[in-house]
Design a protein around this ligand. Structure first.
Ligand SMILES: CN(C)C(=N)NCCC[C@H](N)C(=O)O
Length: 288
């Protein structure tokens, strides 16, 4: 099993993560809190109340975990394609795999990465939703002091299964949308690259950016549900399951609720995934 894809997936994922993190914080807050009037209002309030650091709350943990999560995604994707088509990464330009194979490999990567991602994503969402400014003398401390305290508190208060709250919604979100992610990328690269050649950096940037946008546009409804289920344990409003969360969110807030965070998700997705794919392709090219 070639390991280069795992390492390249890790490094490229970390670069994309740092770039997109402030957008991600705004998105999570818009999806789970009702106090903001929109993207700009959320940004202004976060900055006034918590300074620039407010946008980077809970980032240390995802940076550490992206090593596991993105390398699982890219590593499983590439190795599934190897199993299905018997071609390595460098052979795939001359013998492109079918879109069905790309979709199956993407879905497999998305499905497996969801299990690794679930506890890390839960902790990220809980920390991003803490709107208290940095500790000032006399002000009430935030509920979680950091990622380790957050993980141990969830474990103690909600049990080991608590760490996997929202995991089903996450799996349903990521399995098909990772198939869409890789199909969009490969299709755009294929169409703008002469037969048998490697795509140019500009092509990789644009194809990666659009792959991010299409996957996030299709993922947003279940992303909203996932974030709400992750926060539910904290608010004592636990939903009975994914369906219950979908129905109660739609009843209380209308169908528009499923598109909350769509604009910011798409704006974040382009640069994050352009950089992710460019560094992934560059590293694999360097090592081959
Ligand atoms: C849930 N969906 C749609 C995705 N995760 N799509 C792939 C993008 C991955 C990238 N690290 C990002 O955060 O944009």
């Amino acid at each position: 099993m070639p390991v280069e894809e795992f390492v390249a997936g890790w490094i490229s994922g970390a670069l994309g993560l740092v770039l997109g993190y402030p957008f991600d914080t705004v998105k999570v807050r818009l999806q789970t809190q009702t106090t903001y009037r929109g993207i700009v209002d959320c940004m202004v309030k976060t900055y006034r109340h918590e300074s620039l650091l407010g946008f980077f709350k809970g980032m240390s943990f995802p940076i550490a975990s992206i090593a596991v999560v993105n390398s699982v995604l890219f590593g499983i994707y590439s190795n599934t394609l190897l199993a299905l088509t018997a071609t390595s990464h460098q052979e795939r330009r001359a013998q492109p795999p079918s879109y069905t194979h790309i979709f199956i490999a993407g879905c497999t990567g998305g499905f497996l990465q969801a299990y690794f991602l679930a506890p890390f994503d839960l902790i990220k969402v809980r920390l991003q939703n803490q709107t208290e400014p940095r500790a000032k003398p006399g002000s009430p401390p935030p509920r979680y002091r950091g990622p380790v305290h957050c993980a141990t508190s969830i474990f103690q208060e909600e049990g080991p299964r608590g760490l996997f709250r929202g995991a089903w919604a996450l799996t349903l979100r990521d399995t098909p949308t990772m198939g869409i992610y890789f199909i969009t990328y490969e299709c755009l690269c294929h169409q703008s690259t002469p037969e048998g050649q490697n795509p140019s950096s500009a092509t990789v940037l644009v194809a990666g950016g659009f792959a991010g946008i299409t996957s996030w546009v299709t993922a947003t409804p279940l992303d909203v549900i996932k974030s709400r289920m992750q926060m539910a344990g904290l608010n004592q409003r636990a939903h009975r399951g994914v369906l219950d969360c979908i129905v109660s969110s739609a009843r209380q807030e209308g169908l528009g609720v499923f598109f909350r965070g769509l604009t910011i998700n798409s704006a974040r997705a382009f640069p994050v995934n352009a950089v992710t794919f460019l560094s992934y392709e560059y590293l694999l090219h360097l090592w081959q």
